[in-house]
Design a protein around this ligand. Structure first.
Ligand code: UFG
Length: 331
């Protein structure tokens, strides 16, 4: 298939692009390289472009004539979204509308959308399935829910079928260590823990120790980026075969607290890095754990890396490569 991938030079997008290439798909990546990297695009072709450049977007799509679109490009940090909500609404909602307008009339039938567990807000139940009420507690989550609703309306009005994948906490790196997370300013727990172990950050803050969880710190469902990538390919195949739009959670179904993650990171790295207990971070729900049985049932998804030490080990291998290898920089 010909697949147009927005944000395909970014962390998750680049892993999916690599997998699409391995499976013989033809890929065109459209990415403004604000957080992505040219070197991360290991399959297909890269067009450097912004989703707010409607002319370039439409011309590129018209010229490429894809069968499917995968839409990763977005702003993704919960805390930042509470400080800069308008940036999030513009980048995540307005730019998604630009993309959906640009594909109108091109006969593109399949759309895979990167949604998030943040759509559920702070749910009362755990794990959460897709019928759990959507009550986002931060602007990031709200933007993702808004685009899910837009997709639902568009799918009802014309021949576009979509799968929205609600990601839980994506982590780890390509087991071949060719690509991984490379942000200038890391905010994610595992990346920060590893940067602290490496010595490039003084200490790791634990944001909040008074949550109603086992040890008082937030609990998340950490999913390896390679398993999330395979979910995208399977979702696309499912969509092509069934023609049925749907929304599916992507996680493993068990949660680890911030302190659990720190312990595993210390074991994997062999570094007893400094940790400080800190205030809660705005926008954080206490616990988010996925019920992904729908994804498994409908697409046949079988995770291969449901193992926190392995997730952290792949991320650690990548961090070491990132800091040592010439030509790979985090910007
Ligand atoms: N945390 C710390 N210290 C840090 C960084 C994070 O204690 O230095 C804590 C956070 O407060 C949170 C947990 O670790 O409780 C996980 O935080 P991350 O920043 O790694 O991830 P989030 O859960 O905030 O968000 C991620 C993605 C979102 C997605 C969400 C779904 O960034 O896009 O997972 O669960 F929506």
């Amino acid at each position: 298939m010909k697949v147009f991938v927005t944000g395909g030079a970014g962390y998750i997008g680049s892993h999916v692009v690599k997998l699409l290439g391995r499976h013989g798909h033809n890929v065109l990546v459209y990415d403004n390289l604000s957080t992505g990297h040219e070197w991360a695009v290991l399959a297909g072709r890269l067009v450097r472009g912004d989703l707010n450049d409607c002319q370039l977007l439409r011309d590129t799509l018209k010229d490429y004539q894809p069968d499917a679109v995968m839409h990763f490009a977005a702003s993704i940090e919960v805390e930042e979204s509470t400080r800069e909500p308008l940036t999030y609404y513009r980048n995540n909602v307005v730019n998604s509308i630009n993309l959906l307008e640009a594909i109108t009339g091109l006969g593109i039938e399949y759309f895979i959308y990167s949604s998030t567990a943040a759509a559920y807000g702070a749910p009362d139940t755990s794990p959460v399935d897709e019928n759990t009420p959507l009550n986002p507690i931060n602007p990031y989550g709200t933007t993702k829910v808004m685009v899910e609703k837009i997709l639902q309306d568009i799918a009802a009005s014309r021949d576009l079928k979509y799968i929205a994948l609600r990601y839980f906490n994506v982590a780890g790196a390509d087991p071949d260590c060719e690509i991984g997370q490379a942000y200038s300013h890391a905010t994610h727990l595992i990346t920060r823990a590893l940067k602290t172990a490496q010595g490039s950050q003084g200490r790791l803050s634990v944001f909040g120790t008074d949550y109603p969880t086992r040890d008082g710190t937030c609990v998340r469902d950490y999913i390896h980026v390679a398993d999330l990538s395979s979910a995208h390919l399977l979702a696309l195949m499912y969509l092509r075969q069934s023609g049925l739009s749907d929304i599916m959670n992507c996680g493993y179904g068990h949660g680890f607290s911030v302190l659990d993650v720190i312990n595993v990171a210390k074991n994997v790295t062999g570094v007893d890095f400094p940790v400080e207990l800190a205030e809660r971070r705005p926008g954080d729900p206490p616990e988010l754990v996925a019920d992904s049985s729908k994804l498994e049932r409908l697409t046949g998804w079988t995770p291969l890396h449901d193992d926190l030490p392995f997730i952290i080990e792949t991320a650690w291998n990548w961090e070491k490569k990132l800091s040592g290898k010439v030509g790979i920089t985090d910007k």
